[in-house]
Design a binder for this molecule. Sequence first.
Ligand SMILES: Cc1cc2nc3c(=O)[nH]c(=O)nc-3n(C[C@H](O)[C@H](O)[C@H](O)COP(=O)(O)OP(=O)(O)OC[C@H]3O[C@@H](n4cnc5c(N)ncnc54)[C@H](O)[C@@H]3O)c2cc1C
Length: 495
Amino acid sequence: MKTKSVVVIGAGIGGIVAATHLAQRGMKVTMLEKNARPGGRCDQLERDGHHFDTGPTLLVMPLLYDAEFHAMGASFREMLDLQRVDPTYQLVFDDGSQLALTSDMKSMEEQLESFEKGSFNGLLRYLSEGYRHYHLGIEKLVNRDFRKITDFFSLRNLPLVYQVKPFINHYRNMSAYFDDPRLKSAFTFQDVYMGLSPFEAAATFSLMQYCELAHGVWYPKGGMYSLVNALVTLARQAGVTFQFHTPVERIDVNGSTARGVFLTNKEYLAADIVLANADLPYVYQKLLPQDGMIQKLLRKDYSCSTLSFFWGLDKPIDTLGAHTLFLADDYQGTFKSITRDYGLPPNPSLYLHVPTRLDPAMAPLGEDTLIAVVPVGHMNDSKPQDWEKVRDEARGKIFERLIKYGVTGIEPHIKFEMTYTPLSWQKRYNLMKGATHGLSHTLAQLAYFRPKNRHARYHNLYFAGASTHPGTGLPTAMISGRLVANRIIDELQLM
Ligand SMILES: Cc1cc2nc3c(=O)[nH]c(=O)nc-3n(C[C@H](O)[C@H](O)[C@H](O)COP(=O)(O)OP(=O)(O)OC[C@H]3O[C@@H](n4cnc5c(N)ncnc54)[C@H](O)[C@@H]3O)c2cc1C
């Protein structure tokens, strides 16, 4: 078979992994990335010796990373210098009570029983459910694509309806395990990693809490961007060519075929296969001829966004651990402000990350690097926000929270600040509505119902990444890249 040429639009995680598999199978792969560097949302900023992971900060589900590196002929544990983070987070509630989430079950028992008598037993039952959801969910819903309707609607899949609780609401399901609302939030807030509210998520997502406690939360030396460096090394070894500062303006289509891409610099690149890793709704809206599909995509649910603050400090703040999470008492109201009002909750939840606790090289000696993330709504035309004003309001609320927690006097030690708002997410990575996790992961948008990894009309136009199957997250983006590469190879063999 003549060597096939592939153009990949976007060098995010899903794109790099797909490119590597295709190049390993002998294809000529060129990656076109609008930004100066690879990684997409898994990005890192560097300023005056301070390093900030601007997107992902938590490496969870390590077994999936092992499997995806293995599939590319490499060892994840050899390529990255990993350390386990335990306790994973320090949770802080509005009433001042705290919970250090840890895999040390003795400590969990002592802590949980002080919140609510009998709750440790609830945790063990909850983890056992999470174990089932994780193994079945990954095998039957995540680690495969659904190319035709019978791949999903089959007798074989029927037991999943009661095995992984897709029709049961995650938060409501918590009543089976805990009464104390603080514990219900402690074991559901992780849904935000999917850009989801636990009040809208399926109970299936208890797989995340199981995974964090059973398989651990990890940190690679040098930060999460080390993952990008490792993946780019594998891609280059396989022969993938990268072109940065190269935005694609549109995909050239004719009849039912994609023929190549036009770049914004007016150059043209022909290709046998076009693979779009850029956010799927954006591709339909900006890179393809309009055929009504974008109207359908715009009506879908989108994940939340964030206001992110990156601070370089001139002194260490030893009182904060690696990951601290402040959870608001009005848990449901917080999510309502995000998902219905598309704004900043009056008393927002707050995530703080101090990477120097795990890797001192993330800041100059005697200084510190601090990241603060406040989940907010995505951009919505019906409720437009002045994001700079909202950001400034959020900054004030962060310092109020910190002072209440006993961490005072940070502001005078801030040497510099960089911030991201939903507008930044949209502009930097072309994320539709600035939704940090792409299309939402509600039941109606998962598995067979998520936009497919091949275009319905253009038979050689494929997709990888967060808004296609299986969904958001670093391991899932890697799986998405592998699944689409396998599909391309299968379909080429049939031609
Ligand atoms: C704030 C935040 C926190 C997160 N936390 C975690 C976490 O802790 N753990 C975890 O596992 N996951 C986390 N995620 C999710 C994870 O980062 C994403 O799901 C994953 O990185 C998505 O990868 P992707 O393959 O969809 O590519 P993307 O990251 O979307 O990359 C697509 C690339 O395409 C490029 N592009 C777009 N348009 C064009 C064009 N026209 N021409 C050329 N290039 C173009 C973009 O610049 C980008 O580089 C987080 C995400 C965010 C934003």
